[in-house]
Design a protein around this ligand. Sequence first.
Ligand SMILES: [Zn+2]
Length: 431
Amino acid sequence: MRRILLRGGVVLNPQTHLHEPLDVLVEGERIVALGNALSPVDAQVLEVSGCYVVPGLVDMHVHLRDPGFPDKETMATGTRAAAAGGLTTVVCMPNTRPTVDDVSILDGVLATARRDGVVRVHSTAALTKGLAGVERTDMANLLQHGAVAFTDDGKSVMDPVVLYDIFQTAAQLDTLIASHCEDHHLVRGGAMHRGEVSQLLQDEGIPALGEELVIARDLLFAADTGARLHIQHVSTARGVQLIREAKARGVRVTAEATPHHFSLTDAILLDQGALAKVNPPLRPAEDVVAVVAGLQDGTLDVIATDHAPHTLAEKQQGLSRAPFGFVGLETSVGLAFTHLVHTGKLSADQVVARMSVAPARVLGLPIPQIAVGEVADITVIDPEFIWTVDPNRFLSKAQHSPFTGTKLRGKAVATVVGGRVVYTEKEGLLT
Ligand SMILES: [Zn+2]
C-alpha cells in the first residue's frame, strides 16, 4: 500500500486545538499515525520542516465555468489551480451555461468533476430557474442528487414572494441558502464602490446600501422561517454589523469574507482598473477594517475566494464593459497569511479553521482533520515562504490578477487529496 510520511512539520488541527510538532504517516487514503521520529519502511518522504501540516483547505465559493465557458476555465484547469493553491475541496457555483437548475445538469457537473477534477468538487444548485429570480428550482430533488447548498450567486432574488417560498422550502429540507446580496434596483451600471475613487474615475458606482439592504432582508427571512442562511462575500462594515447582531439574536446565519475584501481597498482601481473590478466591489479602508474585525470575532465564519475567472481580453474592455471578477485560488493562502497572520490580526490556527473546518461545517461536509483514522486530505503551508504573484505561473486559465507583482509571505507548498500528493511547490502538479 502507498505510504507517505510528512516529516518535521507542525500539525495544526483546529477541531481539537492541536498545535504541535508531529510527523504524519499516511497509508492508502488515510492517516494512520501521528508521532515523533516516525520511520516507516517504504514510505515516500515529504520533508516539511518549518511548515504547518493542516486539514485540507475547503473553498466554498468557486466559479469553475464548466459547462459553458471553456475560454475562462474548465473543471480540469480550475481544480489544478485549486491544488496549486492548497485547496483539497472546492464548491462550485451554478451560474454556468446551462445553469445548474436541474438534476441532469447537476449530475453532469459532478460527472465532469469525477472525470477531470484533481481535487474534491461539490456543487451548489440554483435557487431559481436560469437564475431569473422567478421560478423556484426543485430543491428537494437537487438536494437528493448532491447539491450542497442553493444560490443564485451573481444575483439576488428580488421578488419577496418567490424568496419567501425558497426560504420556507429550505427550512423544511434543512438545507443552506447562500446569498449574493445586491439590490438590483439600487445597483445599475456601476463598476466599483460608489465613493471618492469612483468620482475620480467618473464611474456611477455601486452603493454599499445595495448590499446591506439585501443582507438585512435575508436575515429577516431567515429569522422568520428558521432557514439556514449563508451570506456570501461580505464587503461592508454595516453588513458585518447586521450579521453580528443577527447571530446574537440566534438567527441561523453564517458568512464569508474573500481575501480581496480583507486585503485591498477601492484605491487599487486607480492602478489596476478593470483587473480589480469585482462584485461586490472593493470598498474603502473602514470597510476592510470591519471585514477583518468580523473574521477576528467569528462574525465572518469562512474565508472563501469567489474565484471568478475571465479571459484577459474580456478584462481589457475598459472599466464599464469588463465583467466582474478575478481569480483567487492560487493566492488565498498567501494573502491570508500576509494580511491576517503576519500582521498579528488572526492566529495561523484561526486562519486555517476559517479555511477548512468552518466551511465544511457550514456545508455539512465531513470535518477535515489531521488525526489517526481520518481521510488524508492535507495541506502543507510554509508560513515564511516569500514569493511574488506572477499570473503567468497560474494553473488557472485566467492569467491576470490585481495582485500581480505583489510580494506575499506564506504559501501552500504541498497538497494531498485522499492520500495522493497532487501538488508540491518543487515539482508542480503531480497528476
Ligand atoms: Zn457573488
